[in-house]
Design a binder for this molecule. Structure first.
Ligand SMILES: [Zn+2]
Length: 341
């Protein structure tokens, strides 16, 4: 992470000088038609839960061991994780040691899924992955996702290892996200089948589940977020299954699939979060998540009058949002933890 004299990061955002003000950004392209190969799973048997908390299936092994928690449906339209947990529950998977919890976080959002408007089912009221700070959880405010987070909190507060299952709207390499705490970063290295681990500080707009103090205060509890692939693709389900099996296989006495490679090949840390300041944020090309731009200073996007450029060589684009709304994260820049010389 240290920079030599020739590696001083360049500014990411540069406002164009006035002679170029009349240059218009490229026009917005219409949203693509998303390929939808999956349908939401029938999770009727699990909606009531089995431990007093709706949507939480909890099992205890005979021997002591960690409490492993797998979370699906933090975003209702990302149901590949729910498909995985439903399959494992129907296969009657049980821990031999420790405790195992499967969470269907927001079935009510998934119930809104409509293939004609598939992004709509992300939430009922608000983004459930921005409500996990103690201040927000303890506040007097009420909303569907926030109230649901409060109901799930007792499970979260006893988790030793938590994997939050997500997928991505735009094409990109699958990745495991962690916060900057050591426990989460170590856990990310052990998630099977995923070759990119990315550590970041989270979002200014609110606290993610993996950033709850349970996992971010330097203690032993660890949490990661899996972006298993694109929404609604069967390959995303398969990858999420590999990742879950690599986590729960040992405590359930199941073999971890040989295809679940244990060590990520890329260990990245986010250095910059680019937020769209205007409603006219346009990437100069349809970049893919995980794409590495070799030269620093490469033009990535226009944001109104501003140009967005990569700050250093070998800059990885983390989950570019090709149609960001004003105020939303458009892309994050990441570099390798130990950059090759
Ligand atoms: Zn998500």
């Amino acid at each position: 992470m240290t920079c030599g004299p020739d590696e001083t990061p360049l500014p990411v955002r540069v406002t164009r000088p006035t002679p170029f003000l009349d240059r218009l950004p490229p026009p917005a392209q219409p949203l693509p038609r998303w390929r939808i190969d999956l349908t939401p799973p029938d999770i009727t048997p699990w909606r009531a839960g089995n431990c007093g908390i709706p949507g939480v299936m909890h099992y205890e092994g005979r021997r002591p061991g960690p409490h492993i928690v797998c979370v699906s449906l933090i975003h209702g339209n990302e149901f590949s994780g729910a498909i995985v947990l439903d399959r494992l529950l129907r296969a009657r998977i049980r821990p031999r040691s420790g405790r195992l919890s499967f969470i269907f976080a927001n079935p009510e959002a998934m119930d809104l899924f409509d293939p004609r408007d598939p992004v709509r089912a992300r939430c009922v009221d608000e983004d459930m992955n921005r409500v996990w700070s103690p201040a927000t959880l303890d506040s007097a405010r009420s909303a569907h996702e926030l109230d649901r987070a409060r109901v799930l909190l007792p499970v979260i507060l006893t988790a030793d290892r938590l994997l939050d299952l997500h997928s991505m709207l735009w094409p990109g390499d699958p990745l495991v996200l962690s916060g900057l705490a050591a426990a989460g970063r170590q856990m990310a290295q052990r998630i099977g089948g995923i070759t990119t681990a990315v550590a970041d500080q989270g979002h200014r707009s609110g606290c993610r589940l993996i950033d709850h103090p349970r996992f971010s205060d330097g203690g032993p509890a660890a949490a990661c977020l899996l972006e298993a692939g694109q929404h609604w693709h069967e390959s995303t389900v398969n990858r999420a299954m590999q990742a879950v099996m690599s986590l729960i296989g040992p405590c359930c006495g199941l073999p971890v699939p040989a295809t679940a490679a244990p060590v990520p090949q890329r260990d990245m840390v986010v250095t910059n979060v680019v937020t769209a300041r205007t409603g006219a944020f346009r990437f100069v090309a349809p970049f893919r998540g995980g794409q590495v731009l070799p030269a620093r200073g490469t033009l990535v996007a226009h944001d109104g009058r501003d140009e967005i450029r990569t700050p250093y060589d070998r800059c990885m684009l983390v989950m570019p949002n090709l149609r960001p709304a004003r105020g939303h994260t458009a892309v994050r820049f990441a570099r390798a933890v130990s950059s090759p010389a």
